[in-house]
Structure formats: structure tokens, C-alpha cells
Design a protein around this ligand. Structure first.
Ligand code: FES
Ligand code: FES
Length: 166
């Protein structure tokens, strides 16, 4: 059967990790597909594909978004941050303090949830530079980790917050 949605082509312009980009894409391409398949930004992982696990979290204009649910056409004129751009958001460091503290506190095991967890944690610290354990649990409640039990993630986020507040 002829796929009318796929046949609709859009030209979009956007920024990803600070770089201006323009592309011609089919209307039904999701943002996670654009990032991973078209731009080869494979740091963003895809788990459930239906907006439940949080693996695919990115920021669009500083808002937390599940990139598996977002159509890529919707980023036209917007700015996307993925895990590949996280370190550059902090004082031109090699690693963002969240990356350093996740390593230090073993805030990951298999690592599949980690890019989304780090991006969500960045969004949290942007809004709340000194979050309580409860604040962190609540903010990260849409990022599922099957490995860590979350305590090490909470310690890592608190440690990064402390470092960033010095
Ligand atoms: S892959 Fe997007 S929320 Fe699970
Ligand atoms: S580290 Fe394995 S799912 Fe979180």
C-alpha cells in the first residue's frame, strides 16, 4: 500500500549540540532515528521505543523529551542537546561533573540508561542546583534503571551538584 506519510518530505533546520544543521527528512522519522541513524549520534540509546523507559531522553530547548516519541520535524528551529554535547555545557571541561560523579559513585552498571539519566540529571540541576534525595528521585522517576537500585545515582547527582555549587 502506498505510504502517504512516508512520502511527505520536510526540510528542517536546527542546532544539535551547538552545531547548526539542516536536513531533508520524511515526516514520520522520529527524533531518536534522526539522531542515531542520520547523524550517527549513537550515545542516545533506544529502549522501549514507546516513551516509558527514559533511555532516549534529550533536551529540546532545555526541556526533557523522550526522543522516541518526538517526530524529528518538530525540532525545526530548535536546539537539541544529546549526551555527546553534555560536557561542552560546563566550562569547556572534558567531562561534565555529572559524568565524573556517575563514574566515581558507580551510578551505572550496564550503562544503557545512563545517557538519558545524565541528560535528565542535567535538566534537574539547571532548575534546582541543590536537590534533595526526594527531588532527585521524583525528577528521575521517568528514567528507569534496572541495574543500580538508584542509590548510587542519587549520590552521584548530589556530588555533582556540590561540585557545581562551589
Ligand atoms: S526508548 Fe524512549 S522512552 Fe524508552
Ligand atoms: S545501568 Fe543498566 S539500566 Fe541503568
Amino acid at each position: 500500500m502506498y505510504n502517504y506519510i512516508e512520502a511527505t518530505i520536510h526540510e528542517i533546520e536546527f542546532k544539535v549540540n551547538g552545531e547548526e544543521t539542516s536536513m531533508t527528512i520524511p515526516a514520520n522519522l522520529t527524533l531518536v532515528e534522526l539522531l542515531r541513524q542520520e547523524l550517527r549520534l549513537t550515545g542516545t540509546t533506544e529502549g522501549c521505543g514507546v516513551g516509558v523507559c527514559g533511555c532516549c531522553t534529550v533536551l529540546i530547548d532545555n526541556k526533557v523529551v523522550a526522543s522516541c516519541l518526538e517526530l524529528a520535524v518538530n525540532i525545526d528551529g530548535k536546539e537539541v542537546l544529546t549526551i555527546e554535547g553534555l560536557a561542552d555545557t560546563y566550562q569547556l571541561s572534558e567531562f561534565h561533573p555529572l559524568q565524573t560523579s556517575f563514574r566515581e559513585y558507580e551510578g551505572f552498571q550496564c550503562g544503557y540508561c545512563t545517557p538519558g539519566m545524565l541528560i535528565s540529571s542535567k535538566a534537574l540541576l539547571d532548575q534546582n542546583p541543590d536537590p534533595s534525595d526526594e527531588d532527585i528521585r521524583e525528577f528521575l522517576s521517568e528514567n528507569i534503571c534496572r541495574c543500580t537500585g538508584y542509590d548510587s545515582i542519587i549520590m552521584a547527582v548530589k556530588s555533582a551538584a556540590k561540585e557545581m555549587n562551589v
